[in-house]
Design a protein around this ligand. Sequence first.
Ligand code: ANZ
Ligand code: ZN
Length: 772
Amino acid sequence: MESYNPRKIEKKWQKYWERNKSYQAKDFVKGKKNFYHLVMFPYPSGDLHMGHWYNYAPADVYARFKKMRGFNVMSPIGFDSFGLPAENAAIKRKIHPKDWTYKNIKTMTEQIKSIGAMYDWSRRVVTSDPEYYKWTQWMFLQFYKNGLAYKKKAPANWCPKCHTVLANEQVVDGRCERCEAEVVQREIEQWLFRITKYADRLLNGLNALDWPEKTKIMQKNWIGRSEGTLIDFRIQDSSFMLQVFTTRVDTIFGCTYVVVAPEHEIISNLKSQISNLSEVKKYIEETKHKLERERLAEDKQKSGVELKGIKAINPATNKEVPIFVSDYVLGHYGTGAIMAVPAYDERDFEFAKKFNLAIIKAPLAPKDEISKKLGAKKTINYKLRDWLVSRQRYWGAPIPIIYCPKCGEVAVPEKDLPVLLPNVKNYLPTEEGKSPLAHSEKFVNAKCPKCGSKATRETDTMDTFVCSSWYYLRYADPKNKNKFADSKKIKAWLPVDMYVGGAEHTVMHLLYSRFFTKVLKDLNPPAGGVDFKEPFLSLRHQGIILGPDGQKMSKSRGNVIDPDELVKNYGSDAVRMYLCFMGEYSQGGPWSPTGIMGTKRFLERVWKLAHKVNPCASRKGLTFALHKTIKKVTEDIENFKFNTAVSAMMILVNELEKQEKLEIRNLELVIKLLAPFAPHLTEELWFKLGNKKSIFLESWPKYDPKKIKEEIFELVVQINGKVRDKTEAKRGISQKEAEQLTLNRENVKRYINGKRVQKIIFVPDKLINIVI
Ligand code: ANZ
Ligand code: ZN
């Protein structure tokens, strides 16, 4: 018997599947329903780590399972290849971002292929390819033409040492990821997408989604809908009205002061009346560069300055209350001003303590009544902000806008797309915080599409999250030159049936993609046949794989597990199977070096089983155990409980090993169950059993509900072939269990009567014959 050699068989089957185009999804297959299975495409960082494997391998188990369940499955893959990390790596290594990115795509493609997943590589998308970003730019233009993309001065993260704007992800604990200088806020002209217009629809759409509850709650909180009231506070000796936003109008009798944000207009409007203006200005200067997160931090000492010389009137009590400026009130939320109720609100309480302000536990007023009495307006606020999409960076899709001295801001005509990203030598961020593209005269100088005058191009590029907000649509028709995708193909595949990926994308990618889908649907007519409201019907997250020490894997800790090494040593099937087995998929857990060895041994045992096939074997013995396992594995995979599915198969294999001869049909059922987990091994065994076509063209085993009832049967006990006793037993018990059950029975002991037991014959679910 040949021994199990994953190195040999895995490469062989990967080539076979490629040659036979086994996983190239056809748009329409008669009699089959399409199933769009999607994993989050990787960023080409240059090496495929355990986290990728944990996303992709168990997800592929699901895809293969769906295929065997009779669906026409599409499981595409591509690369999310624009973005800041490429630039950072390029700057560090002095390689051009483009060279770095495409070199990584090449190596990572090979690494991904070693997983043995059923990816349809013919549909690959690479977001930094002009054929792709042409349509990212097209999307931008649709947003622009519909008033959903606009330009305004907005605060951005500015690193004073690197002289550059940073994305939020590049700010770690308030510091620049690269040089660790403290990041400040700076006002810069920026492009934004009006996602706030969709706040309610993004919120309401969540209900119908089959997503993890936690993820839905996080999106809900991120959108942060809050119903409240706008109340006007009169300013003593002034016509200025200070409007506050509160969700607790009922507490107004306890309002003992009001607070405005440092950005609030009251300060400049009433500056002649404010007697301590220089002190106030100094405070504003100090807080200007603070990040929002810092300002709201709960453990932070409250700070502020009273606006002396002016007072507000509490409209409920008609009493004068002092006005403060403090950074715990944000300028762009609500009205940028609050009524402070220290007896009911924690932050107000801390502030009042520090500044010795009155804390009055006034009785609560009925909300509607008090609102009416003050003519107060009900209002709805959202935490969600418009999405800042411009980056002053090189490695991204250029924003397709031209500035003309006569016509102003002009959209690049769709026929002129793509606006190609030039191959510049100098891709470093500039001192003034402008995009490196501003250095390239050839790029900057353009003709106005309207009047033909000398004009200049927008030099900012798009946030890479724009690219990934629509890639799932492109997979339906990745090579289309005239449209981002043909509407028939969109209709054939979308929305995505199952999306598998990390939970860290909850409030960015997963929200932005929903926004994009809704915008495309709203276009008149809907773009590309997008007639659905949500892009991802079902969503599952993988957990996190920790190092063997239970800590987050990191190079500095030296606890990184390299999947390439594992594939070399144990084979891809063992890695896939172990990842499925090591714990509950959504939880993850520490990597166990002994665990993977155990999995490899299990596959070796399966390999050996195949050699027990014997035409004289009886089929009856396994009916119960087999049907029970089919049911369990089927339900578990459907529910992403891969770990318990694997253990059920391990139990079954134990049973099978006890049999001397195996019936071929039984063995075939077992390897079908195992196929999604260990596709290479099972394909090999399948062909060895004499089959001529891939096991993945087979249909998934069905169980017979009648056969899995945990029935009690009457176990007949024979001594030397004569019936001497009977006892109730659970169906499916093993020979050992039957022996334990019978050998100590009084009746049996009497017949054995101290004689030596020579042999025991066991017929499962029927009888036990003790030969003495
Ligand atoms: C009085 C009050 C009494 C409040 C009380 C709360 C509890 P959400 O739910 O997040 O919308 N607030 C309003 N505008 C603010 C701003 N720009 N910056 C910081 N805080 C602001 O919270 C609304 C509440 O947060 C509002 O209701 C206001 O404080 C505060 F027992 O008004 B409340
Ligand atoms: Zn013009």
